[in-house]
Design a protein around this ligand. Sequence first.
Ligand code: GTP
Ligand code: MG
Length: 304
Amino acid sequence: MRYFPLITNIIRNISSSLMAKSKFEYVKQYETEEKLLPNCWIVVRIDGKGFHKFSCKHTFTKPNDTRALHLMNKAAATVMQEYKDIVLSYGVSDEYSFILRKETALYNRRKDKLMTYLNSLFTSSYVYFWKDYFHDVKLKYPPSFDSRVVLYPSNEELRDYLNWRQADCHINNLYNTTFWALVLKSGLTNIEAEQKLSGTVSSDKNEILLSEFGINYNNEPELFKKGTILLRKKIKHPVHEKQRHVIYPFHEDLIQDSFWKKNTNILKGEVSQDYDCSEVDKLPELVMQQLHLNNALLKEDVKE
Ligand SMILES: Nc1nc2c(ncn2[C@@H]2O[C@H](COP(=O)(O)OP(=O)(O)OP(=O)(O)O)[C@@H](O)[C@H]2O)c(=O)[nH]1
Ligand SMILES: [Mg+2]
Protein backbone atom coordinates (compact mmCIF):
# COMPACT_ATOMS: atom_id res chain seq x y z
CA MET A 1 0.00 0.00 0.00
CA ARG A 2 2.82 2.43 0.91
CA TYR A 3 4.16 2.21 -2.70
CA PHE A 4 0.81 3.26 -4.17
CA PRO A 5 1.48 7.07 -4.37
CA LEU A 6 4.86 6.44 -5.94
CA ILE A 7 3.39 4.17 -8.62
CA THR A 8 0.60 6.67 -9.29
CA ASN A 9 3.19 9.41 -9.80
CA ILE A 10 5.22 7.29 -12.20
CA ILE A 11 2.11 6.46 -14.23
CA ARG A 12 1.12 10.14 -14.27
CA ASN A 13 4.58 11.21 -15.46
CA ILE A 14 4.66 8.60 -18.21
CA SER A 15 1.22 9.52 -19.48
CA SER A 16 1.92 13.27 -19.43
CA SER A 17 5.16 12.82 -21.36
CA LEU A 18 3.27 10.69 -23.87
CA MET A 19 0.70 13.46 -24.21
CA ALA A 20 3.40 16.12 -24.73
CA LYS A 21 4.83 14.04 -27.54
CA SER A 22 1.61 13.59 -29.41
CA LYS A 23 1.65 12.10 -32.88
CA PHE A 24 1.16 15.61 -34.23
CA GLU A 25 4.35 16.95 -32.71
CA TYR A 26 6.40 16.14 -35.80
CA VAL A 27 5.01 19.21 -37.58
CA LYS A 28 7.23 21.38 -35.39
CA GLN A 29 10.22 20.19 -37.42
CA TYR A 30 8.93 22.26 -40.33
CA GLU A 31 9.53 25.49 -38.42
CA THR A 32 12.66 27.36 -39.41
CA GLU A 33 14.59 30.00 -37.56
CA GLU A 34 17.00 32.54 -38.96
CA LYS A 35 19.73 33.85 -36.69
CA LEU A 36 21.21 37.16 -37.74
CA LEU A 37 24.95 37.22 -38.44
CA PRO A 38 27.12 38.18 -35.49
CA ASN A 39 29.05 41.44 -35.28
CA CYS A 40 26.79 43.37 -37.66
CA TRP A 41 24.62 46.39 -37.05
CA ILE A 42 20.99 45.34 -37.16
CA VAL A 43 18.58 47.76 -38.82
CA VAL A 44 14.86 47.14 -38.54
CA ARG A 45 12.91 49.49 -40.81
CA ILE A 46 9.15 49.77 -40.62
CA ASP A 47 7.01 51.59 -43.19
CA GLY A 48 3.32 52.46 -43.17
CA LYS A 49 1.16 50.42 -45.54
CA GLY A 50 -0.75 52.57 -47.99
CA PHE A 51 -0.15 55.78 -46.06
CA HIS A 52 -0.99 57.80 -49.14
CA LYS A 53 -4.58 56.68 -48.63
CA PHE A 54 -4.33 56.67 -44.82
CA SER A 55 -3.13 60.29 -44.77
CA CYS A 56 -5.98 61.38 -47.08
CA LYS A 57 -8.63 59.53 -45.04
CA HIS A 58 -7.38 61.20 -41.86
CA THR A 59 -6.98 64.64 -43.46
CA PHE A 60 -3.26 64.95 -42.79
CA THR A 61 -1.91 68.44 -43.48
CA LYS A 62 0.01 68.62 -46.76
CA PRO A 63 2.88 68.09 -47.22
CA ASN A 64 3.77 67.60 -43.53
CA ASP A 65 1.40 66.88 -40.70
CA THR A 66 3.07 67.73 -37.41
CA ARG A 67 0.61 65.61 -35.42
CA ALA A 68 1.40 62.56 -37.54
CA LEU A 69 5.15 63.08 -37.29
CA HIS A 70 5.03 63.49 -33.49
CA LEU A 71 2.84 60.39 -33.21
CA MET A 72 5.43 58.42 -35.20
CA ASN A 73 8.11 59.72 -32.82
CA LYS A 74 6.06 58.75 -29.77
CA ALA A 75 5.53 55.21 -31.09
CA ALA A 76 9.25 54.88 -31.87
CA ALA A 77 10.26 56.20 -28.43
CA THR A 78 7.97 53.60 -26.87
CA VAL A 79 9.82 50.89 -28.80
CA MET A 80 13.18 52.30 -27.63
CA GLN A 81 12.03 52.36 -24.01
CA GLU A 82 11.23 48.67 -24.24
CA TYR A 83 14.30 47.59 -26.22
CA LYS A 84 17.39 49.10 -24.64
CA ASP A 85 19.75 47.74 -27.30
CA ILE A 86 18.40 50.23 -29.83
CA VAL A 87 21.08 52.94 -29.91
CA LEU A 88 19.48 55.23 -32.48
CA SER A 89 16.23 55.50 -34.39
CA TYR A 90 15.58 57.61 -37.44
CA GLY A 91 12.13 58.56 -38.68
CA VAL A 92 10.70 60.41 -41.65
CA SER A 93 7.22 60.43 -43.20
CA ASP A 94 5.62 57.02 -42.52
CA GLU A 95 8.86 55.14 -41.85
CA TYR A 96 11.16 54.47 -38.92
CA SER A 97 14.55 52.74 -38.77
CA PHE A 98 15.74 51.19 -35.52
CA ILE A 99 19.47 50.53 -35.10
CA LEU A 100 20.42 47.77 -32.69
CA ARG A 101 23.96 47.65 -31.36
CA LYS A 102 26.28 45.22 -33.12
CA GLU A 103 26.72 42.93 -30.13
CA THR A 104 23.08 42.63 -29.18
CA ALA A 105 22.06 39.18 -27.98
CA LEU A 106 18.40 40.15 -27.91
CA TYR A 107 16.25 37.07 -28.60
CA ASN A 108 19.46 35.29 -29.50
CA ARG A 109 19.46 37.46 -32.64
CA ARG A 110 16.45 35.56 -33.98
CA LYS A 111 15.28 37.56 -36.99
CA ASP A 112 11.56 36.79 -36.73
CA LYS A 113 11.38 37.67 -33.05
CA LEU A 114 13.23 40.97 -33.44
CA MET A 115 11.35 42.12 -36.50
CA THR A 116 7.88 41.16 -35.34
CA TYR A 117 8.20 42.40 -31.75
CA LEU A 118 9.53 45.80 -32.83
CA ASN A 119 6.93 46.14 -35.54
CA SER A 120 3.95 45.09 -33.43
CA LEU A 121 4.93 47.32 -30.49
CA PHE A 122 5.37 50.24 -32.88
CA THR A 123 2.00 49.60 -34.52
CA SER A 124 0.07 49.11 -31.29
CA SER A 125 1.69 52.27 -29.85
CA TYR A 126 0.70 54.23 -32.96
CA VAL A 127 -2.91 53.24 -32.37
CA TYR A 128 -2.73 53.53 -28.56
CA PHE A 129 -1.39 57.12 -28.65
CA TRP A 130 -3.40 58.24 -31.71
CA LYS A 131 -5.98 60.22 -29.68
CA ASP A 132 -3.25 62.13 -27.79
CA TYR A 133 -2.08 63.64 -31.07
CA PHE A 134 -5.18 63.69 -33.27
CA HIS A 135 -7.74 64.50 -30.55
CA ASP A 136 -11.11 64.74 -32.37
CA VAL A 137 -9.98 63.01 -35.57
CA LYS A 138 -11.30 59.50 -35.21
CA LEU A 139 -9.10 56.64 -36.32
CA LYS A 140 -11.13 55.29 -39.24
CA TYR A 141 -9.42 51.94 -39.66
CA PRO A 142 -6.44 50.09 -38.16
CA PRO A 143 -3.14 51.11 -39.77
CA SER A 144 -0.42 48.56 -40.45
CA PHE A 145 3.30 48.70 -41.11
CA ASP A 146 5.63 46.41 -43.03
CA SER A 147 9.09 45.69 -41.69
CA ARG A 148 12.43 44.39 -42.86
CA VAL A 149 15.79 43.63 -41.33
CA VAL A 150 19.06 44.73 -42.94
CA LEU A 151 22.54 43.94 -41.62
CA TYR A 152 25.51 46.25 -42.01
CA PRO A 153 28.98 44.91 -41.17
CA SER A 154 30.81 48.23 -40.92
CA ASN A 155 30.25 51.64 -39.34
CA GLU A 156 30.74 53.20 -42.75
CA GLU A 157 27.87 51.23 -44.24
CA LEU A 158 25.64 51.99 -41.28
CA ARG A 159 26.35 55.69 -41.68
CA ASP A 160 25.71 55.50 -45.41
CA TYR A 161 22.38 53.77 -44.71
CA LEU A 162 21.35 56.66 -42.45
CA ASN A 163 22.73 59.19 -44.95
CA TRP A 164 20.57 57.57 -47.62
CA ARG A 165 17.40 57.86 -45.52
CA GLN A 166 18.13 61.49 -44.56
CA ALA A 167 19.05 62.48 -48.13
CA ASP A 168 15.72 60.93 -49.21
CA CYS A 169 13.95 63.00 -46.57
CA HIS A 170 15.51 66.18 -47.97
CA ILE A 171 14.77 65.34 -51.63
CA ASN A 172 11.15 64.36 -50.93
CA ASN A 173 10.50 67.28 -48.62
CA LEU A 174 11.83 69.88 -51.05
CA TYR A 175 9.75 68.34 -53.84
CA ASN A 176 6.60 68.05 -51.72
CA THR A 177 6.92 71.58 -50.29
CA THR A 178 7.17 73.02 -53.81
CA PHE A 179 4.52 70.72 -55.27
CA TRP A 180 1.92 71.56 -52.60
CA ALA A 181 2.70 75.29 -52.75
CA LEU A 182 1.97 75.17 -56.50
CA VAL A 183 -1.27 73.26 -55.94
CA LEU A 184 -2.59 74.90 -52.77
CA LYS A 185 -1.35 78.47 -53.28
CA SER A 186 -1.20 78.88 -57.08
CA GLY A 187 -4.17 76.67 -57.87
CA LEU A 188 -2.33 74.35 -60.27
CA THR A 189 -3.77 70.88 -60.73
CA ASN A 190 -1.66 67.98 -59.48
CA ILE A 191 -0.73 67.15 -63.09
CA GLU A 192 0.25 70.75 -63.88
CA ALA A 193 2.42 70.97 -60.75
CA GLU A 194 4.04 67.62 -61.60
CA GLN A 195 4.80 68.84 -65.14
CA LYS A 196 6.22 72.12 -63.87
CA LEU A 197 8.57 70.28 -61.54
CA SER A 198 9.63 67.56 -63.93
CA GLY A 199 13.32 67.83 -64.78
CA THR A 200 13.99 70.50 -62.13
CA VAL A 201 16.95 70.33 -59.75
CA SER A 202 17.09 71.48 -56.12
CA SER A 203 18.12 75.05 -56.93
CA ASP A 204 15.14 75.41 -59.33
CA LYS A 205 12.73 74.36 -56.59
CA ASN A 206 14.35 76.70 -54.09
CA GLU A 207 13.95 79.49 -56.64
CA ILE A 208 10.27 78.71 -57.30
CA LEU A 209 9.58 78.70 -53.55
CA LEU A 210 11.33 82.03 -53.04
CA SER A 211 10.19 83.94 -56.11
CA GLU A 212 6.61 82.68 -56.33
CA PHE A 213 5.74 82.16 -52.67
CA GLY A 214 8.31 84.12 -50.66
CA ILE A 215 9.32 80.89 -48.94
CA ASN A 216 12.97 80.50 -48.00
CA TYR A 217 13.35 76.72 -47.84
CA ASN A 218 16.16 77.08 -45.29
CA ASN A 219 13.65 78.52 -42.84
CA GLU A 220 11.30 75.52 -43.06
CA PRO A 221 11.08 73.51 -39.79
CA GLU A 222 14.05 71.22 -39.14
CA LEU A 223 11.56 68.45 -38.29
CA PHE A 224 10.41 68.50 -41.93
CA LYS A 225 13.83 69.01 -43.54
CA LYS A 226 15.88 66.57 -41.46
CA GLY A 227 13.43 64.03 -40.03
CA THR A 228 13.83 62.85 -36.43
CA ILE A 229 16.81 61.18 -34.80
CA LEU A 230 15.96 59.60 -31.45
CA LEU A 231 18.89 59.12 -29.09
CA ARG A 232 19.29 57.97 -25.51
CA LYS A 233 20.49 60.83 -23.38
CA LYS A 234 21.18 61.39 -19.72
CA ILE A 235 19.86 64.83 -18.80
CA LYS A 236 19.43 66.88 -15.67
CA HIS A 237 15.80 66.98 -14.56
CA PRO A 238 14.78 70.67 -14.81
CA VAL A 239 13.01 70.61 -11.44
CA HIS A 240 14.91 68.41 -8.99
CA GLU A 241 18.12 68.30 -11.06
CA LYS A 242 18.67 64.55 -10.69
CA GLN A 243 20.03 62.69 -13.72
CA ARG A 244 17.38 61.03 -15.86
CA HIS A 245 17.67 58.72 -18.87
CA VAL A 246 15.39 59.83 -21.68
CA ILE A 247 14.77 59.25 -25.37
CA TYR A 248 15.60 62.64 -26.90
CA PRO A 249 14.49 63.79 -30.40
CA PHE A 250 16.96 65.70 -32.58
CA HIS A 251 16.31 67.21 -36.00
CA GLU A 252 19.78 67.74 -37.35
CA ASP A 253 22.15 66.77 -40.09
CA LEU A 254 23.50 63.27 -39.46
CA ILE A 255 25.39 63.18 -42.75
CA GLN A 256 28.01 65.56 -41.30
CA ASP A 257 30.93 64.19 -39.25
CA SER A 258 30.09 66.72 -36.54
CA PHE A 259 26.98 64.71 -35.58
CA TRP A 260 29.10 61.60 -34.96
CA LYS A 261 31.79 63.56 -33.10
CA LYS A 262 29.13 64.90 -30.74
CA ASN A 263 27.55 61.48 -30.26
CA THR A 264 30.57 59.22 -29.99
CA ASN A 265 28.68 56.63 -27.94
CA ILE A 266 26.54 55.45 -30.88
CA LEU A 267 29.21 53.77 -32.98
CA LYS A 268 30.88 52.41 -29.85
CA GLY A 269 27.61 50.63 -29.11
CA GLU A 270 27.39 52.40 -25.75
CA VAL A 271 23.81 53.08 -25.11
CA SER A 272 23.51 56.47 -23.39
CA GLN A 273 25.43 59.74 -23.29
CA ASP A 274 25.18 62.91 -21.19
CA TYR A 275 23.41 65.80 -22.83
CA ASP A 276 23.48 69.35 -21.58
CA CYS A 277 20.03 70.66 -22.38
CA SER A 278 20.31 73.77 -20.21
CA GLU A 279 20.90 75.81 -23.38
CA VAL A 280 17.66 74.57 -24.93
CA ASP A 281 14.74 77.02 -24.50
CA LYS A 282 12.13 74.39 -24.06
CA LEU A 283 12.46 70.64 -23.64
CA PRO A 284 10.69 68.73 -26.44
CA GLU A 285 7.22 67.50 -25.52
CA LEU A 286 8.38 63.90 -25.99
CA VAL A 287 10.97 64.42 -23.23
CA MET A 288 8.57 66.33 -20.96
CA GLN A 289 6.18 63.37 -21.10
CA GLN A 290 8.96 61.02 -19.97
CA LEU A 291 9.79 63.34 -17.05
CA HIS A 292 6.09 63.61 -16.13
CA LEU A 293 6.28 67.36 -16.60
CA ASN A 294 3.79 69.78 -18.01
CA ASN A 295 5.49 72.04 -20.54
CA ALA A 296 3.15 74.98 -20.00
CA LEU A 297 3.67 75.20 -16.27
CA LEU A 298 6.95 73.30 -15.96
CA LYS A 299 5.76 71.71 -12.78
CA GLU A 300 5.52 68.06 -11.91
CA ASP A 301 2.21 66.45 -12.71
CA VAL A 302 3.14 63.20 -11.11
CA LYS A 303 5.52 62.80 -8.22
CA GLU A 304 8.31 60.41 -9.14
N1 GTP B 1 -0.35 64.78 -46.25
C1 GTP B 1 0.61 64.04 -45.67
N2 GTP B 1 0.88 62.82 -46.19
C2 GTP B 1 1.85 62.09 -45.61
C3 GTP B 1 2.56 62.54 -44.48
N3 GTP B 1 3.44 61.58 -44.14
C4 GTP B 1 3.28 60.56 -45.00
N4 GTP B 1 2.32 60.86 -45.91
C5 GTP B 1 1.84 60.03 -47.03
O1 GTP B 1 2.42 58.76 -46.89
C6 GTP B 1 3.13 58.41 -48.07
C7 GTP B 1 4.35 57.59 -47.67
O2 GTP B 1 5.04 57.15 -48.81
P1 GTP B 1 5.12 55.62 -49.20
O3 GTP B 1 5.47 54.80 -48.01
O4 GTP B 1 6.06 55.55 -50.36
O5 GTP B 1 3.66 55.31 -49.73
P2 GTP B 1 2.51 54.37 -49.18
O6 GTP B 1 1.21 54.89 -49.70
O7 GTP B 1 2.63 54.25 -47.68
O8 GTP B 1 2.80 52.98 -49.89
P3 GTP B 1 3.46 51.62 -49.32
O9 GTP B 1 4.47 52.02 -48.27
O10 GTP B 1 4.12 50.99 -50.50
O11 GTP B 1 2.35 50.80 -48.78
C8 GTP B 1 3.48 59.75 -48.72
O12 GTP B 1 3.65 59.62 -50.10
C9 GTP B 1 2.29 60.59 -48.36
O13 GTP B 1 1.25 60.38 -49.31
C10 GTP B 1 2.23 63.84 -43.95
O14 GTP B 1 2.80 64.32 -42.95
N5 GTP B 1 1.25 64.54 -44.58
MG1 MG C 1 4.44 53.58 -46.74
